[in-house]
Design a protein around this ligand. Sequence first.
Ligand code: CO
Length: 212
Amino acid sequence: MDQAYKKLIDGNKKFASDRKIDDPHYFKNLSLGQTPEYLWIGCSDSRVPANEITNTVSGEIFVHRNIANLVVHTDFNALSVISYAVDVLKVKHIIVCGHYGCGGVRASMSNNSNGFVDNWLRHIKDVYLKHKTELEAIADMDARADRLTELNVVEQVKNLCKTKAVQKAWQEKRLMVHGWVYGLNSGLIKDLDVIHDEITDIEDIFRYSNYE
Ligand code: CO
């Protein structure tokens, strides 16, 4: 039986003891509650941990991750996270962060089947189709995947802005939505400058006139 999991328990003991050495009240303070200012919607990829790559600590970022950082309007998991973060925690920023070299994005560009996950990746194929002309003008497949990664983030940001929770918070002028892409090669985040903070940023058909 593989014992590799024990590394995590041992790592946790070291984590807990190191934090207590730095600040004896660290866990007591954290246990009192959370007031994060950010909601992070990122990819499940093990190489893109929200806190680590933003040099933040426990309590600073509310996190939702799934394969290829999608915001799907029938995904109760994501919608619950968004609703709780915006309505209850009152985060000030939501960041959709994709990453170059995303396996989900790459797989969506292929005709190969990858099993059940294909159902999820279908959403990225829709993004591809929407931007087919631009994407197929890029001959290099890595560059094309990079561009699809960016366009996917832009589309997911739009999906996010179509939610009632986001629009309500906009009306109260307390929320900004951002689209970023993280570079696995460089360790750096690229801001796609797709900041949205008002109702006119989305097409009319998606705007709510009330928030019941
Ligand atoms: Co990914």
